[in-house]
Design a protein around this ligand. Structure first.
Ligand SMILES: [Fe+2]
Length: 253
């Protein structure tokens, strides 16, 4: 299924300009606040994207019957043809991580429900994928014209009497070339601080994604990462943290 073809000349500006002062050269993490003009049709698409997270099914691979995580998963192939970038939806397959990478739920093919048709065809999502790809350091991006992009939609829920754990496995690597996490919704939540460690397991960066479209993009092999539990700010209702994560891996041609 072909999703979209972009003219590269007009793509990069749609979701705002990357701040070049935060460089992969000095850190494994780049932070970006995507911006959208409310007059832009993509803003309406983003609002629809936000509501799609109300319809994520439970993650069936949680231990001890835990129900604080919901998710969907798909993969697309991104082809960079120079002036053009195209996105193609890949057939659904299991999501696999080795146990050495994910001791909590690795070692099995995890079959997650795909994104709904309205989500996978949403122009905002296509733009976010291409925007993230263009944020990769050019010399790393250039190793292949084809990239496999995994799309991971997560909702973590905190109950008044129980926190939600964005990363039940604790500090880990994902086993990808690059990973990005973009905040989509955050309601009634305290915590959820992202921690990035260097090779000596020292925390090099702490950052809490607070506003929708705020993103951390990181070079996965350079260190471990983790996210602290989320708690309800106001005990009268539940708390929600919704993330659109991408795994970005070059495909050998
Ligand atoms: Fe991770």
């Amino acid at each position: 299924m072909d999703l979209k073809v972009f003219d590269k000349a007009v793509v990069p500006a749609r979701l705002g300009i990357f701040d070049p002062s935060i460089s992969f050269l000095h850190s494994q993490v780049a932070l970006k606040q995507h911006t959208l003009d409310k007059q832009d049709s993509l803003y309406q698409d983003f609002l629809r994207f936000q509501t799609d997270f109300d319809n994520l099914p439970l993650d069936e691979y949680m231990k001890e019957g835990d129900t604080y995580r919901r998710r969907r998963f798909n993969e697309v192939l991104l082809r960079d043809e120079g002036e053009w970038i195209s996105l193609t939806l890949k057939p659904l397959r299991g999501f696999y991580q080795a146990t050495t990478v994910n001791g909590y739920s690795g070692g099995v093919d995890r079959i997650y429900q795909p994104l709904e048709l309205s989500t996978i065809s949403n122009p905002f999502l296509h733009q976010l994928i291409v925007d993230m790809y263009l944020l990769l350091p050019a010399e790393r991006r250039g190793v292949s014209r084809v990239w496999d992009i995994g799309i991971h939609l997560y909702r973590i829920t905190a109950q008044p009497d129980a926190p939600g754990h964005p990363v039940p496995e604790g500090p880990h690597r994902d086993g990808h070339e690059f990973t990005s996490i973009t905040l989509v919704n955050r309601h009634n939540v305290e915590g959820g601080e992202s921690l990035f460690f260097d090779q000596t397991a020292t925390v090099r960066l702490r950052h809490t994604l607070k506003s929708p479209l705020e993103t951390a993009l990181f070079d996965d092999a350079k260190g471990l990462h983790d996210v602290t539990p989320i708690h309800c700010q106001d005990q009268a209702s539940i708390g929600l943290r919704d993330i659109c994560g991408f795994s970005l891996n070059p495909v050998k041609e």
